[in-house]
Design a protein around this ligand. Structure first.
Ligand SMILES: [Zn+2]
Length: 191
């Protein structure tokens, strides 16, 4: 079945998966949360279930997303963090009132203050971004090697040598491009 909206690119890290909802930032950018409903869908995937989302809340979410992208990119290249991005992330973190609870099965679950509180979900994402930008977690921020992507991603590989934000998309495409270039080179040299 064809879907009217671009698929999500789901990663293991909440904050950088969120920034990945706008992909190919340096190419033909793809907006993966084009409507409030798609943000609701995305949040549900990460256990941040809200019943509804307004256009204003979607705007706020996108503002947070771009602020995380800007701050994470600066952190990845060891640049100073832009003050406006830090402010926007902090505002979202302070505003959110989500509580973390432990289920009887021993799983972590988020409880939002109300079912329409997208701000609570954004607070959780902001806190996640803070933990990776501040270097609190095992891993380091890096930029995707794809020139049309350059997404900031959280590299948790032991050697910290991951090159792509996502192996299935950017990594694969690069591999295919290299293969095609080699084919051309080989074809050229056999003439
Ligand atoms: Zn990428």
């Amino acid at each position: 079945m064809r879907t009217a909206f671009p698929d999500f690119r789901l990663g293991a890290v909440l904050a950088t998966s969120f920034t990945g909802t706008l992909s190919e930032r340096h190419g033909d950018a793809v907006e993966r949360i084009p409507t409030p409903h798609r943000l609701v869908d995305w949040l549900a995937v990460y256990g941040l279930t809200v019943e509804s989302c307004t256009t204003a809340q979607l705007d706020l979410a996108r503002e947070l997303r771009e602020s995380i992208h800007t701050a994470a990119t600066a952190a990845a290249i060891q640049d100073a963090l832009p003050a406006s991005a830090v402010q926007a992330i902090n505002d979202c973190s302070v505003q959110g009132q989500a509580a973390v609870i432990l289920t009887p099965e021993g799983k972590r679950q988020w409880r939002l203050s109300s079912a329409s509180c997208v701000e609570d979900a954004l607070g959780v994402i902001a806190a996640d971004a803070i933990s990776i930008i501040a270097g609190e977690r095992d891993g380091s921020l890096a930029l995707c090697a794809s020139p049309t992507c350059r997404a900031a991603f959280f590299d948790t590989s032991r050697s910290r040598t991951r090159r792509w934000c996502d192996m299935n998309t950017c990594g694969n495409r690069q591999k295919k491009a290299r293969f095609a270039a080699n084919q051309r080179k080989n074809a050229g040299s056999s003439e």
